[in-house]
Write a protein that binds this ligand. Structure first.
Ligand SMILES: Nc1ncnc2c1ncn2[C@@H]1O[C@H](COP(=O)(O)OP(=O)(O)OP(=O)(O)O)[C@@H](O)[C@H]1O
Ligand SMILES: [Mg+2]
Length: 372
């Protein structure tokens, strides 16, 4: 059975579509232009980012990838930056051993020499390092290390919006003041909360205003997914017709995560002997609503605190473009609600209308909230 990657980032030939994005973004980065990647959850930001870095690596460009979401504090954030930068010369692993005991580290001749040029690295071995100093030094290191070897570096900060958790303003200002002068580095900043990313990059008074090119990631191209789905179903000896594939894509719209999830479920049903003859999308989706129930409930929980958000979201699902005529605008402010829902990545704006970016969540709202 074909392995369908659902959840973890997809790599290489597993990555469907996104070729245009890979090329455009790589080109910008190589010109020294930093890029902001904005898309709702599970749209493939991490996959795309890693793919770009992997391809650039093959062109002898240095790279670094830091997921801000999983770094709990400023010290581990700094460490991760230093480690990833060092890893371009395979020194990440030895560096990781730097704790109280530095003897072992000095056994590695290249790291020893590196420390001679970049003394700050030793600070990681002290019991109570000044974390702001470490952070500042690690930011400088992103540029000075590749410079020493006459290379360029592309550094990705995934879930960058999460940087607020450290110390909002101060850290953002420091990042900006450092990296704006770095001539050997360009950056990818990615994030799912549109509104958070906007406060960093888009608004006129935002710290990174005009610093980076904004790229909104959409669904995957229909044709690319069509080919992939057909090939996967054929490989697994599942009978299908074109109508079925269209049905799948009409539902997922090319949402990468859900398209993969549907496919995975079809293969799973086959291998467990279920659904052998007539695969029905309806049945698959009912199964997925159960599989994804926790995630979907959590999404609902987040908006259900506000009546305004709930009513507006329901109106979007039920009435689409004509939602305004169905809302009591004396009691709620749909404009404000739509802005909030778009800002959190839940809604997409398209041709003056709005729709949910998450197709399964839309189905969930229809079944669990509207028709119950
Ligand atoms: N280009 C793609 N081709 C095929 N599948 C993809 C693609 N992009 C994403 N996926 C699917 O979506 C899943 C999530 O991808 P990824 O983790 O890159 O998204 P993300 O936007 O970073 O998600 P999160 O918001 O959770 O960080 C993958 O496991 C894979 O199943
Ligand atoms: Mg991600």
């Amino acid at each position: 059975m074909t392995q369908i990657q659902v959840g973890k980032p997809v790599k290489g030939s597993q990555l469907i579509g996104r070729e245009k994005e890979v090329l455009t973004i790589s080109k910008l980065l190589l010109q020294g232009q930093s890029v902001v990647l904005i898309a709702p959850r599970r749209f493939g930001k991490t996959s795309l980012t890693l793919e770009i870095l992997n391809r650039l690596k093959k062109q002898d460009i240095y790279t670094a990838y830091i997921d801000v979401f999983v770094t709990p504090d400023l010290e581990s954030f700094s460490r991760k930056i230093t480690e990833d930068v060092l890893n371009n010369r395979k020194l990440g692993k030895v560096f990781k051993k730097i704790t109280g005991n530095i003897v072992e580290v000095f056994r590695n001749i290249e790291l020893k020499q590196t420390i001679e040029s970049f003394e700050f690295i030793l600070k990681y071995s002290s019991p109570n390092p000044n974390v702001w100093e470490l952070f500042s030094d690690s930011l400088d290191f992103i540029n000075s290390y590749p410079k020493k070897y006459d290379r360029k570096i592309i550094c990705a900060f995934d879930e960058f919006g999460d940087i607020k958790k450290f110390d909002g303003d101060k850290i953002v200002k420091m990042v900006r003041s450092k990296i704006q002068f770095q001539d050997h580095a360009a950056f990818i900043f990615s994030g799912s909360y549109e509104s958070v990313m906007e406060t960093f990059f888009v608004k006129q008074n935002s710290p990174f205003f005009r610093f980076a090119r904004i790229i909104h990631l959409g669904y995957i191209g229909r044709d690319e997914f069509k080919n992939y789905i057909s090939a996967t179903l054929s490989d697994n000896e599942i009978l299908f017709n074109e109508k079925f594939i269209n049905e799948i894509l009409d539902f997922t719209k090319g949402h990468p995560y859900y398209t993969q999830l549907v496919l995975q479920q079809i293969l799973l049903n086959k291998s467990t002997g279920l659904n052998q003859k007539n695969v029905s999308l309806f049945d698959i989706l009912q199964q997925l609503l159960i599989v994804e129930n926790n995630y979907l409930e959590k999404q609902w929980e987040d908006i259900s605190k506000s009546r305004e958000l709930v009513q507006t979201l329901i109106a979007v699902v039920k009435y689409g473009k004509s939602l305004y005529s169905h809302l009591d605008t004396k009691k709620i402010n749909p404009g404000r609600a739509l802005k909030k829902l778009t800002g959190s990545g839940l809604l997409f704006r398209e041709n003056k209308g709005y729709h949910l970016s998450d197709p399964l969540f839309e189905l969930w709202v229809k079944e669990k909230i509207i028709n119950s």
